[in-house]
Design a protein around this ligand. Structure first.
Ligand SMILES: O=C[C@H](O)[C@H](O)[C@H](O)COP(=O)(O)O
Length: 229
């Protein structure tokens, strides 16, 4: 079993009969969904899930996991998702797979959040990954200019074939370095600035959002509880 699979399978143990479950997106959440599918089929686990992306929806459907629209389940028992980087203060960055907006809606709907990851995602300081920012296509260069003026270094996400990457919401992603921004290391201030910029839908900052991290590495599985939640 690889590390992502170990983390995903471990997290599936936190899902109990009768729960409404938010299911994340990405290569680690993939294994969570795989295990939930097995439990639904083999144990008759009775759950209903809200998905954070078209890819996770397709996977869940193919495994026979019952799904609800997020508008039919505004409160969830648990949400389990991947993460791109997380620091010891539980500041996380998500959106490597472009699902950050749906992921944030679903995470905020959940009473308890778990992140699953390879141990390499646990870093002393977030920043190397950059920050995905979802923007509306109309006038996105206005956002680019505002960000550059504030010291961010946004780059429009592209597909391998040279076309512009579009999220499931048909928006664009600006992947941005922020280490030279005028906000220093004040992530909350960066978030407030970006969210206040016309044309920005959401950022990949997930600050003090998760209750538990399940990471897997060469030494096995580590669970880290967030003391501030
Ligand atoms: O938009 C994608 C999500 O935020 C993912 O959960 C995140 O990128 C982690 O993905 P992975 O488990 O594939 O590294």
């Amino acid at each position: 079993m690889n590390e992502k699979q170990m983390a995903g399978y471990e997290a599936a143990k936190y899902v109990k009969d009768g729960m409404l479950v938010g299911i994340g997106t990405g290569s680690t959440a993939y294994y969570l969904i795989e295990k939930l599918g097995q439990r639904v089929k083999e144990e008759g686990l009775n759950i209903k899930c809200v998905s954070t992306s078209d890819a996770s929806t397709e996977q869940a459907k193919s495994l026979g996991i019952p799904l609800l629209d997020t508008n039919d389940a505004p409160e969830l028992d648990i949400c389990i998702d991947g993460v791109d980087e997380v620091d010891p203060q539980f500041n996380g960055i998500k959106g490597g797979g472009g699902a950050l907006f749906r992921e944030k809606i679903v995470a905020r709907s959940a009473k308890y959040n778990i992140w699953v990851c390879h141990s390499a995602k646990l870093v002393e300081e977030i920043g190397d990954f950059g920050l995905p920012v979802e923007v509306l296509p109309f006038g996105y260069k206005h956002v680019v200019k505002k960000m550059e003026d504030a010291g961010f270094e946004p780059v429009l996400r592209m597909n391998k074939d040279g076309s512009i990457y579009e999220t499931n919401n048909h928006n664009y992603i600006l992947d941005t370095k922020y280490t030279n921004s005028k906000f220093g290391k004040d992530y909350a201030a960066m978030e407030a600035f970006l969210k206040g910029t016309l044309g920005v839908l959401e950022t990949g900052f997930f600050l003090n959002c998760t209750d538990l991290i399940i990471s897997a590495g060469a030494d096995g599985i580590t669970t880290i509880e967030n003391p501030n939640k």
